[in-house]
Design a binder for this molecule. Structure first.
Ligand SMILES: [Zn+2]
Length: 444
């Protein structure tokens, strides 16, 4: 047999960062989760007074958890619990064992503070490295990290994971977009990490500078920290010449690295050896059967400093437990439809900003820069879509473009919106998490 034939018959195993953890069967995952959940509940009950009080109020004790299904007897944790315990009230270890703090920017009220032991930081780096590899990054890649560094978990979380993978990390952080493009080109970045809105900003500035990033070493985008549509994925892939993958996480649970898309790009694998995922009806708190859409609830299974029991993420999604084409059995979190807080109700129809985005991106001569303005008109909510045209479009054609967008949104989303076409370059550009909705409705 020739060497070439042998190579065809025995394809190289796909690269896995954590081959043992990533090849667990569903039964093995469940068995591991039960042991780790029992330990987490015992620790949190023993060491976190506010959690113990909430358990006692509903008569739930750690030893009551015999099966994974018994978790429904335990109370939820919310962002309000973190705020009330500000800054360290939910920590399960003495402050001296906490090696790093992160915090939300919190536009209203107290920020939420999260902490990590040495073990937590080690597992976080490992999980983020697993995410990079699952998305298609490899040791030796040049990873340009345009997530913001600082109290936000995105920058340092991706940074530590990139180093753990064995890549060369460029800690660019957010902002200074012209300089980012010089670094991307001159350092030969093969992977770009950013929010999707900032990646779009980078693509636009590169085009304006006459720098074509397509056809070079850049091949993969790891985008997250805000909901984005499939249409935006297509736009980013075309403009940057990359494969774009979705990565999910939230500070309260760990930061980036909780879930990621694999090469099948059919949902994000949530790493069930470290987290337990549920979907609930956000109105009643009832756990929904697999496949039903509702609010994602996450319990940590290996966090030491800040164990989180049944944390309500406000993210709306559904879970898929069928085997994935990639061979991994870890649950898939189907792409986040949006945050419960972001949902708009337009004439009785529930609408997420990502649905409007998906409709906009499909209209020729509309740019993907948009802002949704919500107002109250009598008893109704009224939505105005402000968008920028393709810069080449003459102003005489703006009215026709507005009509085309109204039609597209009506046919794809089912609601009637007003459309205002702004001058090219006039809407604010993202340097991190984009502000897509301006809510002018009176506060109740
Ligand atoms: Zn997969």
């Amino acid at each position: 047999m020739s060497l070439a034939l042998a190579a065809r018959r025995a394809p190289a195993a796909p690269y896995r960062f954590d081959p043992d953890a990533e090849s667990l069967s569903r039964d093995a995952i469940a068995a591991l989760q039960l042991v780790r959940l029992q330990a987490t509940l015992a620790t949190a009950y023993g060491r976190v007074a506010p959690f113990r009080a909430k358990c006692n109020a509903v008569g739930a004790r750690p030893e009551d958890l015999i099966r994974l299904e018994d978790l429904v007897r335990f109370p939820f944790t919310t962002k309000a619990d973190l705020r009330e315990a500000y800054p360290f009230g939910l920590f399960a270890v003495p402050r001296e064992q906490v090696l790093r703090l992160h915090a939300s920017s919190g536009t209203t009220g107290r920020p939420t503070v999260v902490g990590y032991t040495a073990g937590d930081l080690d597992r976080w780096a490992g999980l983020m490295a697993r995410c990079f590899a699952t998305a298609g990054a490899r040791p030796g890649d040049v990873i340009h990290n345009a997530y913001g560094y600082g109290l936000f978990t995105g920058g340092l979380g991706a940074h530590d994971g990139a180093q753990r993978l064995g890549a060369t990390v460029v800690p660019a952080s957010g902002g200074g977009t012209e300089r980012q493009i010089v670094l991307l080109r001159d350092f030969g970045a093969s992977v770009l990490c950013a929010t999707p809105s900032y990646a779009l900003n980078i693509a636009e500035v590169a085009e304006a500078q006459g720098v074509d990033l397509r056809g070079g070493p850049l091949r993969l985008g790891m985008f997250g920290a805000e909901p984005w549509s499939g249409a935006m994925r297509a736009e980013l892939q075309a403009r940057l010449g990359i494969v774009a993958r979705d990565v999910y996480g939230l500070s309260e649970i760990m930061g980036p690295g909780v879930a990621v898309e694999c090469e099948a790009a059919d949902g994000l694998h949530g790493w069930e050896d470290h987290f337990l995922f549920e979907v609930i009806d956000p109105a009643t708190g009832q756990v929904l059967p697999p496949g039903a859409q509702g609010e994602l609830v996450v319990t940590t299974l290996t966090k030491e400093a800040l164990p989180m029991i049944r944390y309500r993420t406000r993210d709306i999604t559904r879970l898929e437990t069928a085997p994935c084409a990639c061979g991994r059995n870890h649950v898939r979190i189907m792409r986040i439809a949006g945050r419960d807080d972001d949902m708009m109700i337009i004439r009785g129809v529930n609408v997420y900003p990502t649905q409007i985005e998906a409709a906009l991106v499909g209209v020729p001569q509309a740019s993907p820069h948009y802002l949704l303005v919500l107002e109250r008109a009598g008893a109704m909510d009224r939505l105005t879509v402000e968008l920028e045209p393709d810069p080449a479009l003459p102003p005489a054609d703006y009215a026709r473009l507005a009509g085309a967008v109204t039609h597209q949104v009506k046919s794809l989303v089912g609601v009637t919106v007003a459309v205002v076409v702004r001058d090219p370059g006039s809407l604010p550009r993202s340097a991190g998490k984009a502000v897509r909705v301006r809510d002018l409705r009176p506060r109740l």
